[in-house]
Design a protein around this ligand. Structure first.
Ligand code: DSN
Length: 413
């Protein structure tokens, strides 16, 4: 990055500092990952210089000879990887992808059902502060109070009573597998459009670890940068009958020119995700999460649902007498980065919730194994028990750095 270094040393220095942070810390935020060098290279290219409103073969500006080919490759790879009729790789990320689903199928004021945000759902599935809860009539479903799992009978009852036009399945903080077929049956019963948001688990779906919703859902959305390990972006997959409505909702309804450098990097990531190595990667993510969960449980942590089927773990700190925020801050100081998170039926406020959310996609990308998961759990145990002890946090931060130096992350020097 010689040019950047000479021209804008401030930004250059900050990028290098962030690079060092990503090397030196154990990154457990379940929605984050490390892309490959190839994905980073595709992202930083001249493709950023080109405007391409429209779709391959039907653009509004000339000079699309190369861009058309790149976008077609990205869409073809997405269709083949997920077994979908149609793919749109233009949405800038997950929220715009979900917004396009609303524009494709709903009118303002229509009813939508999604997993409640404090119960692990996403803002865009109808939560009141997001466009989705402000523009549409939202009737969220919550988890079963006893099991803290999805309760399909309860979801069916709400759907029959409220008759939503759209039902979302998918979550940002739910540690168990989702039964997309059950959701599809409920949607059919009430005549709703069924949308699955697999932003968190797309890599697990591709790797065969979790059920693929594509055969069951009218439309599937995902980000491309979480377990899928691509650049920051979005994908929409749908049945042929919905292709025109989805494409129109993305452009011209919602967006202008797509980010062509991102489209190229998505194509690269999808090629990587179709390799046998990626299948191994997906299964390792889940194995690591299970080891981390079992070790935390043995150390006296209360885990929502008592464990995990996927890449994430939700700790309820109520039994420890703390809230999530100060513990997340102390862990960050000790080199272990996660986020404070609401737990189902949380009595605390969203900015100072009772839980911690952890995930294993990034540590798995750097090749950490079972022993490292056990070590991470041991450090977390020490921090939680003495989180204001600066010298303890300093000691662990150094040990974390030493461990990280043995596991260089992909994409970084
Ligand atoms: N911000 C993402 C996450 O962390 O789960 C969801 O959009």
């Amino acid at each position: 990055m010689e040019h950047l270094k000479n021209q804008d040393p401030d930004i250059y220095r900050l990028i290098k500092e962030e690079e060092k942070r990503q090397i030196d810390k154990i990154r457990l935020i379940p929605s984050e990952n490390y892309t490959s060098k190839a994905v980073l290279e595709a992202t930083g290219t001249v493709l950023t210089n080109k405007y391409s409103e429209g779709y391959a073969g039907k653009r509004y500006y000339e000079g699309q000879q190369i861009i058309d080919q790149i976008e077609t490759i990205a869409n073809d790879r997405a269709k083949s990887l997920f077994g979908a009729d149609h793919a749109n790789s233009q949405t800038l990320s997950g929220s715009p992808a979900n917004m396009a689903v609303y524009y494709a199928f709903l009118e303002a004021g229509d009813t939508v059902m999604g997993q409640s945000l404090p119960h692990g759902g996403h803002l865009t599935h109808g939560w009141k502060v997001s466009f989705s809860g402000r523009t549409y009539q939202s009737v969220p479903y919550i988890l079963n109070e006893k099991t803290r799992r999805l309760d399909y009978d309860q979801i069916r009852d709400i759907a029959k009573k409220e008759r939503p036009k759209l039902i979302w399945a998918g979550a940002s903080a739910y540690p168990r597998e989702i039964d997309f077929k059950a959701f599809s049956d409920i949607a059919k019963e009430v005549g709703a459009v069924f949308a699955a948001d697999i932003a968190h688990i797309a890599g697990l779906v591709v790797g065969g670890e979790h059920q693929n919703p594509v055969p069951y859902a009218d439309v599937v959305t995902t980000t491309t940068h979480k377990t899928l390990r691509g650049p920051r972006g979005g994908l929409i997959l749908c049945r042929e009958e919905h292709a025109k409505a989805i494409d129109r909702a993305v452009f011209p309804t919602l967006q202008g020119g797509p980010h062509n450098h991102t489209t190229a990097a998505i194509a690269v990531a999808l090629k990587e995700a179709s390799s046998p190595d990626f299948k191994t990667y997906a299964s390792q993510i889940v194995k690591k999460a299970k080891v981390l969960a079992e070790t935390l449980l043995a150390d006296g942590f209360d885990l929502v649902t008592g464990g995990t089927d996927n890449h994430l773990i939700l700790i309820d700190l109520t039994n420890k007498g703390f809230s999530g925020r100060p513990i997340a801050k102390a862990l960050d100081q000790a080199g272990i980065v996660c986020n404070a998170n609401s737990v189902p039926f949380d009595q605390r406020k969203p900015f100072d919730p009772s839980g911690l959310r952890l995930g294993t996609p990034a540590v798995t990308s750097r090749g950490m194994k079972e022993n490292e998961m056990k070590q991470i759990a041991a450090w977390m145990h020490e921090v939680v028990n003495d989180y204001t002890n600066e010298s303890l946090l300093g000691r662990i931060e150094k040990e974390v750095r030493d461990l990280c130096s043995q596991f260089p992350p992909p994409g970084l020097s």
